[in-house]
Design a protein. Structure first.
Length: 428
């Protein structure tokens, strides 16, 4: 997809609480509160949204990398549905963030100036502080997924999870301060689940910023039971998984996602003489390859498993549909996209008993106490030995049908007319 580049330096939209360039300013640009000249750069070329739209929204996606992530999935799911609802959408992102995704063709793109295209915290702070790469027309909403958030009544801060609040020591203290400052500056906050909103209210009971639940969803055209196009077998063969029956863990390989619990379950099965390989899908600092190598040496006659770090989203449905069991042992979760996608594909899911999992997965998944290896192993055995397999496979698709991107887009649209300030809780 061709991504037009917006040269020079602009400012956040006026809804973000920062002044926009006045047409009468001429070559003087913006002036700070002290009367000093704040911008000597020439004005950028302005690409205004097409007429006929009822609402205009800008998504700041500069913090998104090219790897699959919850933020990237959310924008890919929301934007096409918002465009269908007469919303003009602009996306500020780094070059190649969304590749050639056809569903994004109707959106307008802005690339930040060279040198400020990274996704690091400092780079994002500089863009927000000095207004690099933002559109110069007044939008109804400016949606930002990652901190720091720009201020203003029309700014929307999105919280996917509250993992940083659990960081020990100075990291946790800084995270709490950053989140509080962000909540005080924006007009409203979007969270992906009731569980996240409830915890946010407990952590910050004195905040008066309105919090709206705009959930994630599943693309039913991609994640569905069965293999209507007959593409599963070639995909599995490319990954050297056919004709294996395997356990599956999908997610960023980090401590929060608890891949060590998946490894412990595999060890428990190996000790029982059960030859059931485990497949990890994702990238991250955790290295299951090393543990699998040691386990392979202890049980040379078993197919222990493997790690797939380069799986595209289009290949995930095949992996879900052919898994004997999907394990989601996360220690902290804001929504639970991977287990929900697995439910939509008709795969049995064993997940950690977290508030977000209870809300999203319900009784369509087998929930186990967090970090309880024995409970996870027992649940997985019940699935692969047939005692709980049929029930979970039947319940999954109907449960996942409750979480669609159309529902998410409707919730997002409802917030565009919400009051700017109201007590913390559901948006009025």
């Amino acid at each position: 997809m061709k991504t037009p580049s917006m040269r020079g330096c602009g400012c956040w939209p006026s809804i973000a609480g920062r002044p926009t360039r006045s047409p009468s300013a001429g070559g003087d640009g913006l002036r700070s509160s002290r009367g000093q000249r704040a911008d000597r750069r020439p004005p950028r070329r302005i690409v205004r949204p097409s007429r006929g739209y009822d609402v205009r929204v800008t998504f700041d996606a500069t913090a998104i990398g090219r790897r699959p992530s919850g933020t990237r999935t959310r924008i890919l799911g929301l934007v096409p549905r918002l465009l269908d609802r007469s919303v003009a959408v602009r996306i500020v992102c780094n070059q190649g963030t969304f590749g050639d995704a056809p569903e994004m063709a109707r959106a307008e793109f802005i690339t930040p100036p060279r040198g400020l295209r990274g996704s690091g915290y400092l780079t994002r702070w500089l863009r927000g502080r000095f207004g690099f790469g933002a559109p110069e027309h007044t939008d109804d909403r400016l949606v930002v997924d990652c901190f720091p958030w720009p201020g203003g009544a029309g700014s929307v801060g999105v919280i996917h999870d509250l993992r940083h609040l659990d960081e020990p020591g100075w990291r946790g203290r800084i995270a709490r301060r950053v989140i509080r400052r962000g909540m005080e500056s924006v007009g409203q906050i979007h969270v992906v689940s009731e569980a996240t909103r409830d915890r946010l209210a407990r952590e910050y009971p004195d905040m008066d910023t309105p919090v709206h639940v705009v959930p994630n969803g599943v693309d039913a055209s991609m994640f569905s039971p069965g293999d209507p196009e007959g593409t599963d077998l070639p995909t599995l063969r490319d990954r050297r998984l056919a004709p294996l029956s395997y356990l599956l863990c999908v997610g960023h390989l980090e401590a929060r996602k608890a891949p060590d619990i998946g490894l412990a379950v595999r060890v428990g099965l190996a000790m029982r003489g059960i030859d059931q390989p485990i497949v990890f899908v994702g990238k991250g600092p955790f290295l299951p390859e090393e543990s699998l190598a040691f386990l392979r040496a202890d049980y040379p006659r078993q197919e222990i498993g493997r790690v797939l770090r380069d799986v595209d989203t289009v290949d995930l449905p095949a992996l879900y549909r052919n898994a004997a069991c999907v394990i989601a042992p996360a220690r902290e979760e804001g929504f639970g996209m991977a287990p929900l996608e697995a439910l939509a594909c008709g795969a049995p899911v064993v997940a950690s008993d977290l508030p977000a999992h209870r809300e999203v997965l319900g009784d369509a998944a087998r929930l186990c106490r967090t970090d309880d290896v024995a409970a996870f192993t027992t649940a997985v055995l019940d699935v692969i030995e047939g005692r709980d397999d049929a029930r979970l496979r039947a319940a999954g698709p109907s449960r996942a049908a409750n979480w669609t991107w159309d529902r998410a887009a409707d919730a997002f649209m409802a917030t565009t007319t919400a009051s700017a300030r109201s007590p913390m809780g559901p948006g009025k």
